[in-house]
Design a protein around this ligand. Sequence first.
Ligand code: ADP
Ligand code: MG
Length: 509
Amino acid sequence: MESKINKQMCLSSYIKVPLPSGELEELIEKAQDWAIMHGLGIRTNTNFSKDSMQYAPFTLLPSTFPRLEFQDACEIQTILNILIHKVAHDYEFLKETLASTICVDEFTRKLFDIYETVYREGFNQKLSLGLFRSDFMLNSYCYDGNNFKVANVNDSDEVKKEKSFCCWKQVEINTIASGMGWLGTVATKFHKFVLHELGMKNLIEYLPENNAIEGLCDGMLEAWRMYNDPRAIILFVVEEFSTNICDQRGHEFQIKRRNPDVKVVRRTLKQLTSETKLGSKKELILNDSAVVAVVYYRYGYSPEHYTEQEWKVRLLIERSLAIKSPSIQYHLAGTKKVQQALAKSGVVEKFLEDEKNVERVRKIFTGLYSLDFDEEGNRAFEMAVNNPERFVLKPQREGGGNNIYGSDIKKFLITIKNSQERNAWILMDRIYPPSQLNYAITAKDSATNNILKELTPEAGIFGVIIGDDKNNIFVNKQVGHLFRTKKADSNEGGFIAGAAACDSPFLID
Ligand code: ADP
Ligand code: MG
């Protein structure tokens, strides 16, 4: 393991950085134009104009990553798909796990109410379509029970060796709006182009194949086919102004490439409140004309996405015959509370039969703790207050920017010590990933000074699953990956916020 991490920190043993300055500037300009021309782009959310586009933040070079860890993460995805599917179809487990959370977290409660309603009525559509993304980071710290030591790029090789071990750990699994399938796929092509430009064609083989966009869209098309109505459409639920438009349209246009006869329609939840109704067989009907076969949510994962009207339309969709990605039960199975419950001893075993699979899945979990008012929760609470640097505090939210880190954890926990609000949060061991030097290029900061930085990648592996309420599984695949890379010293790398860049793995042995 030590040899891996030392190499991991050393992209320059493959590609020397800094690149010579004249060459660098020319390459960056070319790369920026390549990005714009090939859909590695975003809309600027500063002027909310649909008329312009800029390149998405990117790393100029791919990030080195240990091959075995990457392969392991890819291989495990189909097991995680099954795990989430089974969790999502275990009513008692979801009810028990989320019981304390829904007492205090209104958003999760509203989702759960919809779930209870459709569960009691009986699901009109038995199939669920999962377009999941499991996010993970390399972990390079060593905790001996009292102290923990983080490997640092400035440490000598010997110190690094002493301090470090390196394996991958899951950050979370996304079951709703798991985006970046398009951008991840284009990033691979982008880095192949850059290596070519650098005269390093021989290094292209270090970049793993990435067909995420094909795999995700084939998943949607398979669900569409299973719906079995050639005139039915695919509905994307989106926000009014999508910054991440290339990624969303990337999915739409890929569906068109694969099957030009399938119509894709984009609607906001608000539009759907007046444009949808259920047909006599509970079909989801849009604008009195089109039947919806598949609903793909790129929105609807956050409380501010809903007013009462929009909650009603979510329920209407859940009651319909359309195949949802995610169904309400898939959505709930992706909550942080469920992740924390799965990490308790003996829980994964309830859902996976094969002992080897159980062991593989358990290995990727970091410590996850409830903060509920019981002995276990009180212990976790004290642990976090006494050693906040070791943890991340998370609410039941998606989309980034909601977690609490470092000394803020202590300050915050003290304010909710005697409040039921504790139940809305979970505590997680903090992962300290190794870093490496790379160029981060963002449109708002396109000058070439200060762009060579210590960066750290976060990986995401995409999985597609289609299964029913009896745990029959019709499709179960790992379909590709995405890398988002942030500054080593920042807590989170929100991509849309411009704090993370599109990246690709450069696999080393
Ligand atoms: P969200 O659903 O908002 O995306 P995440 O659990 O993915 O929530 O957390 C957001 C970001 O915070 C992650 O992408 C990662 O950069 C950082 N993060 C989350 N959990 C950890 C952790 N245990 N250790 C270190 N960083 C973390
Ligand atoms: Mg996340």
